[in-house]
Design a binder for this molecule. Structure first.
Ligand code: ZN
Length: 426
């Protein structure tokens, strides 16, 4: 537990460094680091960690090792080959508990840029909001973890346990960046990931699977349409059938403590559809890209088999698909969900830090998207704290993060690091 003077010194240091932190956050946001294009921002982070005196390394994705792991996301041609960047602080003497701070630098596509108030990769502040793609999710948190550590130093303090800063990619598509750090042997006594969670702690989180359904049609001239088979129409029938699977999976929520109060925790998204060649031929092909969630405790492989069986059974009932069954390919996330049960010492330390920084108790909640915390919770088997700033519109237009919230959670993170790892005077 921290004494009042240490708390004050850390809080002051975060506040004094906050303008520089915002400038650094904007620097990160100017990289249009969508999937496969994270090399530049990762090098920028590497340099920032090197300059600060961390032992820095780049870690490559090892496809075979990832594919052999039960939680490995499936590779496709779109998989990033950008390195993971890690900076490690090692104390002179270990007295406290070690910590991983982790953030991802990959961001999701912007959609039509003209729908944005500002250029999505030219960050702008208006009032309390910092706008831009990937600012909230999660370059603001990324900068916060680096500046929380800077604040300790500026306050004349040095952690008395190992702290590892991990900057990963592939969080938005496979989770393989986080998994690679585990496969390479990186671990600690706890992890903190500052995703935009509205200043709350994630208690439970769904798993996620990505899959493609490919359909073949029978192309004919439209004048003989009745003799052909339309692959795009067939895709609509498959989607309708998948909605039934989604509804069935949602019924299970009543049996699950952290999900029973949610109306629709399992979401199926048809995220992309492509097919056909032009307007006057019955389309010969169609592909849909899907994402579906699963409850914690359900293995990705079991869910995948259920999806395959469901589509196969549906195809048998369909006049055309019975002879031309859809092809299913898992091509991204293959991730289980997780629950961070209450009662860990790490959570108690975060509660103290959050209360000191915000004046209110730490609340916890259930989230319905993928989180890298699952790697650390399920495979490292360590307390995995997902906690970060207030945001709006992540993955949408005008994504934005609250600047005042960002200041609060940076203070909370710095206090948490000091509490968990212990400190000594420089
Ligand atoms: Zn994120």
């Amino acid at each position: 537990m921290l004494d009042p003077e240490t708390k004050d010194a850390i809080t002051r240091a975060v506040t004094d460094g906050f303008d520089t932190q915002i400038a650094f956050t904007k620097d990160l946001m100017r990289f249009a680091s969508i999937r496969g294009h994270e090399h530049g921002v990762q090098e920028f982070v590497f340099d920032a960690l090197l300059q600060r005196g961390y032992a820095t390394e780049r870690l490559e994705m090892e496809r075979a090792a990832i594919e052999n792991h039960v939680g490995g996301g499936k590779f496709s041609v779109d998989h990033s080959d950008a390195p993971i960047v890690i900076g490690t602080f090692d104390p002179l003497e270990t007295l406290g508990k070690s910590l991983i701070l982790q953030s991802h630098t990959d961001v999701v596509p912007t959609g039509p840029a003209e729908m944005w108030r500002f250029d999505p990769f030219d960050p702008q502040i208006d009032g309390d909001w910092l706008y831009g793609r990937g600012g909230a999710d999660m370059k603001a948190g990324h900068a916060a973890m680096i500046f929380a550590m800077d604040a300790l130093k500026d306050a004349g303090l040095r952690p008395t346990a190992r702290v590892e800063i991990q900057s990963v990619v592939e969080e938005e598509s496979t989770g393989n960046g986080a998994l690679m750090t585990f496969l390479d042997g990186h671990t600690a006594d706890a992890v903190l990931i500052p995703e935009p969670e509205d200043e709350m702690l994630v208690r439970a989180n769904v798993g996620t699977l990505w899959f493609e359904v490919e359909l073949r049609g029978t192309p004919v001239h439209v004048r003989e349409m009745g003799e052909g088979a339309n692959a795009i129409d067939a895709a609509y029938r498959v989607i309708a059938s998948l909605r039934e699977l989604e509804a069935r999976w949602n019924e299970d929520r009543h049996k699950r403590l952290y999900f029973r109060d949610l109306a629709h925790p399992i979401n199926l998204n048809v995220g992309k559809i492509e097919g056909g060649d032009w307007g006057s031929s019955v389309p010969a092909w169609c592909r849909i890209q899907c994402r579906i969630a699963i409850f914690p405790g359900i293995r990705a492989q079991d869910a995948a088999s259920e999806i395959e069986n469901h589509i196969a059974e549906f195809a048998k009932t369909d006049g055309y698909l019975a002879d031309t069954p859809p092809k299913i390919t898992f091509n991204g996330f293959f991730a289980e969900g997780y629950v961070q049960e209450p009662g860990s010492e790490a959570e108690a330390a975060l509660e103290r830090a959050h209360h000191a920084a915000t004046g209110v108790p730490l609340e916890s909640f259930t989230t319905l998207g993928y989180l890298d915390c699952r790697v650390y919770r399920l495979y490292n088997d360590i307390p995995s704290l997902c906690y970060g700033p207030i945001s709006e519109n992540i993955h949408g237009y005008d994504e934005r993060v609250s600047v005042s919230s960002l200041r609060r959670i940076t203070i909370a993170m710095a206090l948490f690091i000091a509490d968990w790892c212990g400190t000594t005077r420089i």
